[in-house]
Design a protein. Structure first.
Length: 265
């Protein structure tokens, strides 16, 4: 059976996070090895590796946490903290639903351009490339996608913006070619507290089905700031989060870029 994700894809996924100076590399590497050694399907291994990466900032706030089961379901992880067995349910809050599909298309285009560059000369082009696109570019048209892939390839090869690419900047990377969307913060990009509360309600419904052997079950809601669909600048009506009712022992909202954490319960 053909692998859904190659080992190289998984290395690239981890490599982007290596650019973050706050990354706790040793535990992350250890946890990824543990997931690799599990009998999970490749797709599930990829998902679990991505999830544990999102919890990197969480580990800085709770350095005593030791993950004991990385491959369970309901909750996603089981950890040990202060002689307590803690179940950790992880969920991502999507701030821009309309961006989610576009981001998936972008990532596929980036991968195709990466393959073209690596086939030509990995050593010459290796690095992390942050691209910004012109606002009127359409990404859902298949013919346009092919043209966009060539423009991305040419932009990196020439070291300057071509076609759909508005701006390009490069960061050092010692192994591979990695392309991602340029991060740009909108000062008025709000995350409505109602989205967080709705997410908590959905998780509350599943709570009775979680592992009952744990001493406590925590819900960690993550805004993946490396994703254009999940980014935000501030939480609107944050005071509403204090009204939450939930069987979870603790609830946190975490953003994984600066590591800011909000205790909701």
């Amino acid at each position: 059976m053909k692998k859904t994700f190659s080992d190289e894809d998984l290395i690239k996924n981890l490599s982007l996070y290596y650019l973050n100076r706050h990354l706790k590399k040793k535990p992350i590497e250890k946890y990824h090895r543990t997931i690799d050694e599990s009998p999970l399907h490749d797709r599930e291994k990829y998902r679990k590796k991505s999830e544990i990466l999102l919890l990197n900032s969480f580990m800085h706030h709770f350095p005593e946490v030791k993950f004991e089961n990385l491959t369970c379901e309901s909750p996603d992880f089981i950890a040990k903290l202060n002689d307590k067995k803690i179940g950790i349910e992880l969920t991502e809050v999507i701030n821009h639903l309309e961006m989610k599909k576009m981001e998936s298309t972008l990532n596929k285009m980036f991968r195709q351009a990466e393959i073209l560059l690596e086939q030509e000369d990995t050593t010459k082009y290796r690095g992390v490339y942050f691209l910004e696109f012109h606002p009127d570019i359409k990404f859902n048209n298949l013919e346009q996608q092919e043209e966009n892939i060539i423009n991305i390839y040419k932009s990196i090869k020439k070291g300057k913006a071509v076609g759909c690419v508005k701006k390009i900047r490069k960061s050092f990377h010692r192994r591979n070619v990695f392309i991602t969307h340029e991060y740009s913060m909108n000062l008025f990009d709000e995350l409505c507290s109602e989205k967080i509360l709705e997410l908590i309600e959905k998780k509350n419904e599943k709570f009775p089905y979680y592992d009952t052997s744990v001493d406590e079950c925590w819900l960690v809601i993550v805004s993946d700031m490396n994703s254009i669909a999940s980014r935000y600048t501030f939480i609107q009506d944050k005071e509403h989060l204090k009204e939450v009712k939930s069987p979870f022992h603790k609830i946190f909202h975490l953003e994984n870029l600066c590591g800011n954490i909000t205790s909701i319960k």
